[in-house]
Design a protein around this ligand. Structure first.
Ligand code: DX5
Ligand code: ZN
Length: 221
């Protein structure tokens, strides 16, 4: 069931990895709702980040929901390891380059007891995810091309956020609408205005002096 409060999910991709446990404690204390784990394999995206081991480290440090974003090929093959590592929600990509059967993988995530997420890149039209909306709990609209934190927000992605919010209007079981990439106080406000309710932010939180102020600003408080 989608949450009607604004959820802030800091991406640990931007955290100080020499002190990951401390960073997880700090963002929890600062008011984070979820911990966003950006997994990259160097194939689906042109970067390598981390695997289930780091998700497990985060799991040991917090009770907050772990929102795992798999920017990898063959997510179906690796899924069990992220479930075992303690993922609460697992998001996979709809693009053919992700090399998995989307319907099968979404069911696999559901059967594993995790919340089901589907993501689309900026170049992927909203139509690509429409056939799957009734099978997911969360739609992740990428507002940058995935691979690196700190990229500029792409405002034209708001059209997709609006389409997802429109879809929600006709549904009893609403999906969370998450945005990821270049999210700061200003782009968070724009995303919320267009219908997003989950904000992933890496740079704007972890590069801030005061994490709780950064999180409050994202919420528009
Ligand atoms: C894909 C990653 C990034 C990261 C957030 O590249 O998913 O979007 O989480 O990046 P920033 O630092 O822009 O918040
Ligand atoms: Zn992400």
């Amino acid at each position: 069931m989608a949450s009607n409060k604004i959820i802030v999910a800091p991406s640990i991709l931007a955290a100080d990895f020499s002190n990951l446990a401390g960073e997880v404690h700090a963002i929890e204390k600062a008011g984070a709702d979820w911990i966003h784990c950006d997994v990259m394999d160097g194939h689906f995206v042109d970067n390598i980040s981390f695997g289930p081991m780091v998700v497990d480290v985060a799991r040991q440090q917090t009770k907050l929901p772990l929102d795992v974003h798999l920017m990898i090929e063959h997510a179906d093959h690796y899924l069990p390891r992220f479930v075992k590592a303690g993922a609460n929600s697992i998001t996979v990509h709809v693009e053919p380059e992700a090399k998995h059967d989307v319907v099968k993988t979404l069911k696999q995530i559901r059967d594993a007891g995790c919340r089901v997420g589907l993501s689309l890149n900026p170049a992927t039209p909203f139509e690509a995810v429409e056939p799957f909306l009734d099978k997911i709990d969360l739609l992740l609209v990428m507002t940058v091309h995935p691979g690196f934190g700190g990229q500029p927000f792409r405002p034209e992605m708001m059209e997709k956020v609006k389409r997802a919010a429109e879809w929600n209007k006709s549904r009893e079981q609403k999906i969370d609408i998450e945005v990821d990439g270049g999210i700061n106080a200003e782009t968070a406000h724009l995303s919320i205005h267009n219908g997003a309710n989950v904000l992933v932010a890496g740079t704007s939180i972890f590069h801030a002096k005061d994490y709780s102020e950064a999180i409050r600003e994202l919420r528009g408080e």
